[in-house]
Design a protein around this ligand. Structure first.
Ligand code: FAD
Length: 470
């Protein structure tokens, strides 16, 4: 009898299958490397939606599990196979065509394997903006971004990936193709099925194409690095800035003194924008406008003046050029890298309602400091979205392995604080394998039962990314 793999080869051709263990290695380990290298029957690289459909149909018939993979930058162990070796990895990377760009409809239609930076570039070339932007954008692909409902630095103004998708094309677990590539802004014809697949982490089907919203391209970008009194003052400042600038705040990022200290010490070519006085709390604020008429800068200056008058802002620097703006961003974006030389870190990707961030920080700081005297709290990130990366560096001189071994205990302490404020244990990165065991603890039984029912209905043979998410 012909094996599943031979039948798949007949569909995608020799160049569409990698079966050599050495060549498969990059597909077996993910960004975080927290899980052992996976094993797979093969990495399958289809070149069209029809090929994906036929491959999935074969897998469904033969009960061969599929791990969908995009850029493999996910941080929760969702995009790589388990160690048994009986799954296939289905890589979307060969499907990398921009299918259509409609400037008047403000949409772009892409294959799932288009690299996020290339989507941004195509939009920019048409004098448009695709606003999804995040650290891994040179490697992550749009199908992966959509499957993880990625957020990033523009959520405050433009929303998560979910808000940016108008239409979607999916190969269902039985091989059928659902062409949901709608370019409509309005369509009230029953359940909005695309949302089932956005953020599903490859457990309900393979996303093969997407229609994305575009926006006017910014002509003016103003970035400021500000010292603020405390987290509450930062939030008051954000509210003030939103109102005073017609809601043109695109990013509002939190940088604590410890994070900045790590960056200045461990990352080359960085300098403190406010070197004279070390403050405890900083924010990076960015405003954008489609008009380059100087108004944005005037408004930003007015916001800072008012913030200072009210005692919210202690000091600040507005970038004099795009290069300086990028230098400010470097201080924010390199915090995770700068933490590494400081020893073990226990990380959390939590969110709470924006107004509750100060309370979260106070309470979480108190419980973790009580549990581990000397622990170094380095919380940073998307304050404007209520999403802080609550990272905890080991005490100076502590045993790294012993500290890291306490991660579950510390995770629970932090999650308890976030959940009591009706927050989430995964704001951006999803569930994957990393938080799968926690899901029943944090989802209501009703929500969990609905999720399981949807999974069973669409994927009764459980071939789509088993052991991830649910
Ligand atoms: C340096 C860095 C910075 C980051 N910063 C942010 C940030 O600020 N905000 C944020 O939200 N995220 C951030 N992330 C996480 C990022 O959102 C995800 O890594 C990215 O969106 C995943 O895209 P990918 O193509 O690499 O997907 P993969 O890692 O390949 O896959 C991710 C998940 O989606 C599934 N999947 C992939 N493609 C498909 C498909 N076509 N159909 C169905 N399922 C699929 C996989 O099975 C897996 O479960 C960051 C990651 C890195 C490495």
């Amino acid at each position: 009898m012909t094996s599943a793999l031979d039948r798949i080869k007949a569909v995608v051709g020799e160049r569409g299958v990698i079966a050599d263990p050495g060549e498969m290695t990059p597909y077996m380990l993910d960004e975080r490397r927290e899980w052992p290298a996976g094993k797979a029957l093969a990495v399958v690289r289809p070149g069209s939606v029809e090929e994906v459909s036929q491959v999935v149909a074969i897998c469904n018939e033969t009960r061969t599990a599929i791990v969908p993979q995009g850029g493999n930058t996910g941080l929760v162990g969702g995009s790589t196979p388990h160690t048994k070796g009986d799954e296939i990895v289905l890589s979307l990377k060969r499907m990398n065509r921009v299918r259509d760009l409609d400037p008047l409809n403000y949409t772009i239609t892409c294959d799932a394997g288009v690299i996020l930076a290339d989507v941004q570039k195509a939009a920019a070339e048409a004098d448009r903006l695709f606003p999804l932007s995040l650290g891994g954008e040179g490697t992550a692909v749009i199908g992966g971004n959509v499957s993880t409902n990625a957020g990033g630095t523009g959520v405050l103004r433009y929303g998560n990936a979910r808000e940016l998708v108008l239409g979607i094309e999916v190969v269902l677990p039985d091989g059928r193709i659902w062409d949901g590539l709608s370019r409509l802004r309005k369509d009230n014809t029953g359940y909005d099925l695309k949302h089932l697949f956005i953020g599903a982490e490859g457990t309900l089907g393979i996303v093969t194409g997407v229609v994305l919203k575009l926006f006017p391209k910014p002509r003016d970008i103003q970035t400021a690095f500000l010292a603020v009194r405390d987290p509450s003052a930062a939030l008051e400042l954000l509210a003030l800035a939103r109102a005073a600038t017609d809601d043109r705040v695109t990013a509002f990022e939190w940088i604590p003194r410890l994070g900045l200290d790590y960056v200045l010490k461990n990352i080359p070519d960085t300098r403190h924008p406010l070197p004279d006085n070390p403050y405890d709390h900083y924010v990076l604020i960015e405003l954008t406008s489609a008009h380059d008429d100087g108004v944005l800068r005037e408004r930003l200056e007015a916001v800072l003046a008012e913030g200072m008058e009210k005692g919210l802002v202690l000091d600040g620097a507005i970038a004099a050029s795009r290069a300086q703006g990028r230098a400010f961003w470097k201080l924010r974006e390199t915090i995770p890298e700068a933490q590494k030389p400081e020893g073990s870190s226990i990380r959390h990707d939590v969110s709470v309602p924006v107004s509750k961030v100060p309370e979260f920080l106070n309470k979480a700081d108190a419980v973790v400091k009580k549990a581990v005297p000397g622990i170094r709290v380095c919380s940073f990130g998307h304050l404007g979205d209520g999403n802080v990366h609550y990272n905890l560096t080991q005490p100076i001189g502590a045993d790294s392995a012993a500290y890291a071994a306490r991660h579950e205990e510390i995770n629970h302490l932090v999650y308890e604080v976030a959940l009591a404020l009706r927050g989430s244990i995964s704001a951006e990165h999803g569930i994957g394998r990393q938080k799968r065991e926690l899901l029943p603890e944090v989802k209501s039984p009703v929500a969990l039962a609905m999720m399981r029912q949807i999974k069973k209905t669409l994927d009764p043979n459980n071939i789509m990314n088993p052991g991830k998410l649910l």
